[in-house]
Each structure stands twice: as C-alpha cells, then as structure tokens.
Ligand binder design. Structure first.
Ligand SMILES: [Zn+2]
Length: 148
C-alpha cells in the first residue's frame, strides 16, 4: 500500500493528513488515496452494484497493518472501521472518490448487492418519496445527487 510520503508526492496534505489538493480526493484522508490505488490494482475483496460500483475491503489485521498510520490515526480509523467490518470505496459520476462513513457488516454488503445505494454516502437505506428517491442516512435526493 502507498505510504503517506508517496501520497504526499502527488497531493497536498494538511497537518492532519487530509488531502487539500482540489479534485478527486479533496477533503478525504490520505489513506483514501492509498486504498483507491489498491482498487485500481483490483485488490478489493468484493464489488457490489453499478453506478457506482462499490469496492469493499475486509478490515482485518493484515489490512490495517498495511496502512502506515500515525498512532492516533490508527485509533480513529478503527473507531470508524472496526476489525471485521467492510470499508466501501467508490467513484461518483464526477470522478470524486468517497468511502463509507463507517465499517459495514457483511449483511449490509450483501444487501448492497441486491439494491440501489446512495451515490453520496453509500447507504442502502433509501426511501421512495413523491419527490424521488431519498437517502435516509445523509438526506440527499439520490435522483439528483449522482444520476443513479
Ligand atoms: Zn446518502
């Protein structure tokens, strides 16, 4: 996996390791760049859905050990993506890359295989309303958010 130093060679990072360069990874943690690089080399454990296809990584000890954290980053990461959960990452139709806002269970990943998911946050908790498909998790109108 790419190191923070390798990511910083291509992108400006804040002191907290957030990408500040405009574009694809803006506002994301440096490790999102490194994880997307793994997707580009087809190292993900699963793929679900279309438009967007979400690539899933099983968060196990090997995966976490592959990420070169500063100590506090590692704790933050594990608080969001506990061991045993799945981290989802995808590219929207504008070319921006996002990760799930928390680790998902294998049941949630299975459910994503069967239905539409929010192109903004990856949640499959969608609700049909007269105004269109609404994401219960982040509140966006899915029909407007990404052409899904
Ligand atoms: Zn959402």
């Amino acid at each position: 996996m790419m190191t923070p130093r390798e990511v910083a060679a291509d992108y400006n990072l804040t002191a907290h390791g957030t990408v500040s360069s405009p574009g694809k990874f803006e506002g994301e943690a440096w490790y999102v760049v490194a994880i997307w690089d793994l997707v580009m080399n087809s190292y993900e454990d699963r793929d679900t859905g279309e438009d967007p296809t979400i690539a899933w990584f099983h968060v196990d000890a090997d995966f976490v050990d592959g990420i070169e954290f500063h100590q506090t980053d590692r704790e933050d990461f594990l608080a969001t993506y506990p061991l045993g959960s799945y981290l989802g990452i995808w590219e929207d139709s504008q070319g921006f890359v996002y990760v799930t806002d928390r680790g998902k269970t294998s049941e949630e990943v299975d459910a994503d295989d069967q239905g539409e998911s929010c192109p903004h946050c990856g949640s499959d908790d969608l609700q049909e309303t007269p105004a269109g498909t609404h994401c219960v998790s982040c509140g966006v109108n899915v029909d407007e958010a990404g052409g899904a």
